[in-house]
Design a protein around this ligand. Structure first.
Ligand code: HEC
Ligand code: HEC
Length: 380
């Protein structure tokens, strides 16, 4: 017995020597690849969710996430110390804003509604027009944006350097106390990637079971039916929401793959997009006029007001808008069915509206909205 053990130990020992040898044989440029600090904390990917989009030089670590969470909630990031990221992205609203348009420092009003933040680890393009290509890059925009935090990174960095806790937190996350733009962006991105929403009634009944047809248990006290609402959401002659919100791409559904979620679409919200051209501002292409990122409908019960301009205040007016069918503005997606028979009124019945609303509520993920892991670390 003892003999056998010691031979295993020998083999391990040889293996260790061999791998050190191999490591040293590596070309010099390989050694400049990112050195990992901190405790690895790989994301747990819910069943059926798509592949994550994590840059190789920013692996998830316990320390990086914790640092990112502090930065997300820290008002030091704004010029006059008045707002943090969380001022516009509030957890109980699925990290969107209670206000129609976001209010930055000195009460400056932006022209867009703050977006919901969850399942970002699976996405590739950020902002309503998709102009940011990574979360690392995106995180630095609000700090500098004059209608948001209106600050400079030089000021932010010197404030963080003077803080009693941050230098050691940067050291734990990145190996030394140096604080720079890149590390701020990386830490915030790591925190944002942990914000995964995957435990709504929808997930429990349909996604996790792997059976999209598994029925909900109806609540006899509600006027609408979840199951009928689900059918209506998917019915091409009904709500026809699935054409754009199959939710497959952000993992709420597990099948299909026919949806256009997270792509850029003009849903006929307006006749005239003067003042905010949407995707066209990022691409300069006329065909992108009035197109906006199709947001997830997860947590929709709590993410009001809706749309890029926050112009739709609640669920009833949201369904009212889709019942109206959208404006035929010349670039409206054909998926909106703005053909004359639909234009102006798609004639949803009262019962269909109640059913749709009941289904949409099954997408609420209270575990996410109330998860202490995503809450303000300064409020203890
Ligand atoms: C003053 C309000 C405000 C503040 C402060 C703010 N945001 Fe935002 N956020 C917005 C608005 C508005 C948008 C949409 C902007 C656009 O499309 O141009 C947005 C979009 C985003 C998105 C894109 C989401 C997606 O699905 O594409 C991310 C990520 C984000 N913010 C993270 C942050 C982080 C991190 C901070 C802090 C460093 C922050 N925000 C601070 C208002 C704010
Ligand atoms: C033609 C594609 C299309 C169809 C069909 C469609 N949507 Fe949308 N939806 C969009 C786009 C694009 C936006 C964002 C538009 C904007 O902000 O200007 C959006 C926004 C939303 C939002 C706002 C989310 C937020 O965070 O602000 C909700 C909720 C929503 N849709 C629900 C529905 C429902 C329910 C249906 C079916 C009755 C539906 N959609 C049908 C494309 C579509």
């Amino acid at each position: 017995m003892r003999q056998k053990h010691s031979s295993i130990i020998w083999k391990l020992f040889l293996l260790a020597i061999l791998s050190i040898g191999l490591y040293q044989c590596k070309k010099p440029e390989d050694q400049s690849s990112p050195v990992m600090f901190g405790t690895p904390q790989p994301l747990e990917i819910p069943k059926g969710f798509p592949k994550t989009n994590i840059p190789a030089d920013n692996p998830q670590t316990v320390e990086g996430v914790e640092l990112g969470r502090h930065l997300f909630y820290d008002k030091k990031l704004s010029a006059d110390l008045s707002i943090s990221c969380a001022s516009c992205h509030e957890q109980f609203r699925a990290f969107s804003d209670v206000g129609q348009m976001s209010t930055g420092v000195n009460g400056k009003i932006g022209r867009r509604h703050a977006m919901v933040l969850f399942n970002l680890a699976f996405q590739k393009e950020f902002f309503w027009d998709g102009r940011a290509k990574s979360l690392e890059e995106q995180s630095l925009h609000p700090i500098k944006d004059p209608v948001e935090m209106d600050n400079t990174l030089t000021v932010v960095i010197s404030r963080l350097e003077a803080d009693s806790d941050y230098p050691s937190m940067f050291k734990a996350a990145f190996g030394d106390t140096k604080i720079n733009e890149e590390r701020i962006g990386k830490a915030i991105a790591q925190f944002e990637r942990t914000m995964i929403s995957a435990n709504s009634e929808f997930d429990r009944v349909k996604r996790i079971s792997g059976n999209i047809d598994a029925p909900y248990i109806e609540d006899p006290n509600t006027p609408g039916s979840k199951n009928k609402g689900f059918e209506f959401f998917n019915d091409l002659n009904g709500g026809d929401c699935l054409h754009c919100h199959s939710i497959q791409a952000d993992g709420a559904y597990m099948g299909g793959g026919f949806g256009t979620d997270l792509q850029f679409i003009n849903n006929g919200l307006k006749m005239d997009y003067t003042g905010d051209l949407g995707r066209m501002e990022a691409t300069d292409s006329l065909s992108d006029w009035g197109k906006f990122k199709v947001p997830s409908v997860r947590n929709v019960e709590w993410s009001f007001p809706y749309m890029h301009d926050g112009s739709i205040p609640n669920l009833d007016s949201l369904i009212g808008f889709y019942n109206f069918g959208g404006f035929d503005n010349g670039n409206t997606s054909s998926f909106m069915k703005f053909a004359p028979s639909h234009m102006g009124n798609r004639n949803f019945t009262k019962q269909e509206i109640l059913d749709l609303k009941e289904f949409l509520k099954t997408l609420t993920d209270y575990e996410f909205l109330e998860n202490p892991k995503f809450s303000d670390p300064f409020e203890k």
